[in-house]
Design a protein around this ligand. Structure first.
Ligand SMILES: *[C@@H]1O[C@H](CO)[C@@H](O)[C@H](O)[C@H]1NC(C)=O
Ligand SMILES: *[C@@H]1O[C@H](CO)[C@@H](O)[C@H](O)[C@H]1NC(C)=O
Ligand SMILES: *[C@@H]1O[C@H](CO)[C@@H](O)[C@H](O)[C@H]1NC(C)=O
Length: 411
């Protein structure tokens, strides 16, 4: 660790109507990943599942490999693999998994061999919903530490086709690789029986050694701008410092979890001095006063990527003339193949994972634009930081307005 850095709505008649179907096909369905005793959730509201309801880490252990120093939590620098194989209780068929994790320092989550999400850090998590196979399923992580204490924390909730649920938590039953991670470690067919068991470092929220604490799970709270950072380009001499009075381009790309094809987003955003916001090339809205953020609700975002692009303008002003972009988006996506409402939620805040360019290239707001050569954005402090103070956030959705003069028209 480097410090710098279901509820399920169900009705009795439904179970009565489906029990005989499930029973008469039980051996068939366990081998058939396409078996689906329900119609897709989108055609049916009675059984819509509130994904990520109350997912939390209670009962989860911070774990690492048996290389971890049990007095200090320190482990060798590098990547290690973690696996948990799970099957249903007798007579039940898994439908979906909602899962969240925290890691010191970074990890990629795989479910049944599919790359679901990558995260860095031990204070926040997305909520990821994945459609499960009818019988055995495998969660795998490739987790890395860059030095100091190392730990992985996982919580998951399996929903069965009968609407019941069970928990999966990180604990000493997980298997861990050594320093060399074999190819295919994330695949269900991989044999991990010779891998050592994980070491527990303490129950959530605390680990015994490091200062771990509460982990915030996206979707358990509405979108908030509080922990977002004011950002600008690498022209900044220092946080809140003077930068040219000109327009600049900002981008952040979010890849939806495997199987998730469409999304919606809630956005809070403001800029000193003005901005226009685009999602996948579509104009969302503009704002012209940094003291008050705007709130936007964006539907029908087509995956697999969500490209957030901002045309930000630092207007003329007395010296020093600071500039900043402050934004927070909550992106909810769906797996339409799921029998249930399989929703993932990720929170995206302005930080150094955004790209910021010192001019405005034509077409920069389009999803196909290549920003790989753009520098990372530079942060200037979170909401409340000087010289801006705390931004006012409206509770109602804001008017979109029109693109700023000079900004792209959008799709
Ligand atoms: C699997 O189940 C689906 C839906 O019930 C069915 O259409 C398909 O034929 C089954 N596949 C096999 C190999 O049995
Ligand atoms: C699915 O769940 C999400 C998140 O809880 C919710 O916003 C959405 O309305 C649900 N969709 C359906 C079809 O029930
Ligand atoms: C595991 O993650 C590390 C760090 O991102 C990466 O370098 C390595 O290639 C990954 N290993 C495998 C087997 O995917």
């Amino acid at each position: 660790m480097f410090k710098a850095v279901v509820s399920l709505v169900s009705l009795g008649f439904f179970f009565a109507a489906t029990t005989s179907v499930a029973a008469s096909h039980s051996s068939f369905k366990r081998d058939n990943a396409s078996y689906c005793p329900y119609p897709p959730y989108s055609t049916r509201s009675l059984f819509a599942r509130q994904a990520n309801s109350d997912l939390d880490f209670s009962g989860s252990q911070w774990i690492w490999t048996n290389e971890v120093n049990t007095n200090t939590g320190v482990a060798p620098v590098g990547a290690r693999a973690f696996r948990k194989t799970f099957g249903p209780p007798e007579g039940k068929t898994p439908s979906t998994l909602t899962i969240a994790f925290a890691v010191d320092d970074s990890a990629t989550l795989f479910v049944n061999g599919e790359d679901i999400a990558s995260q860095t850090g031990w204070t926040t998590s997305g909520t990821y919903c994945v459609t499960l196979k009818p019988c055995m399923n495998v969660i795998a992580f490739n987790a890395s530490t860059i030095g100091g204490p190392a730990a992985l924390l996982v919580t998951g909730e399996v929903t069965y086709t009968d609407g019941t649920t069970s928990r999966i938590v990180s604990d000493q039953s997980w298997r861990t690789s050594g320093a060399s991670i074999p190819n295919g470690f994330e695949q269900p067919s991989f044999d991990d029986s010779s891998w050592p068991l994980a070491i527990g470092e303490g129950a959530y929220p605390m680990a015994e050694f490091a200062g771990y604490g509460q982990v915030t799970i996206a979707g358990n709270n509405p979108v908030s701008i509080n922990s977002a950072n004011w950002i600008w380009t690498n022209e900044l001499p220092s946080p809140g410092g003077a930068v040219p009075a000109a327009a600049r381009a900002f981008r952040r790309t979010v890849t939806l979890p495997a199987g998730h094809t469409s999304a919606s987003a809630q956005a809070l955003i403001t800029t000193d001095n003005q901005y226009s916001l685009y999602i996948n090339g579509r104009f969302v809205g503009s704002g012209t006063t940094f003291q008050t953020a705007q709130r936007f609700s964006i539907d029908n975002i087509q995956g697999p990527s969500v490209v957030i692009a901002v045309y930000g303008v630092n207007g003329d002003g007395p010296s020093p003339n600071p500039a900043g972009l402050l934004a927070s988006l909550q992106i909810t996506s769906n797996d339409p193949s799921s029998c249930l409402n399989c929703s993932s939620v990720v929170d995206v805040i302005t930080d150094t994972t955004w790209k910021a360019f010192n001019s405005v290239p034509s077409g920069f707001e389009q999803p196909g634009f290549d920003d790989t050569a753009w520098p990372a954005a530079v942060t200037e402090g979170t909401d409340g930081a000087s010289p801006w103070g705390t931004v006012t956030v409206p509770s109602a959705v804001s008017a979109s307005g029109t693109p700023l003069p000079g900004a792209p028209a959008g799709n």
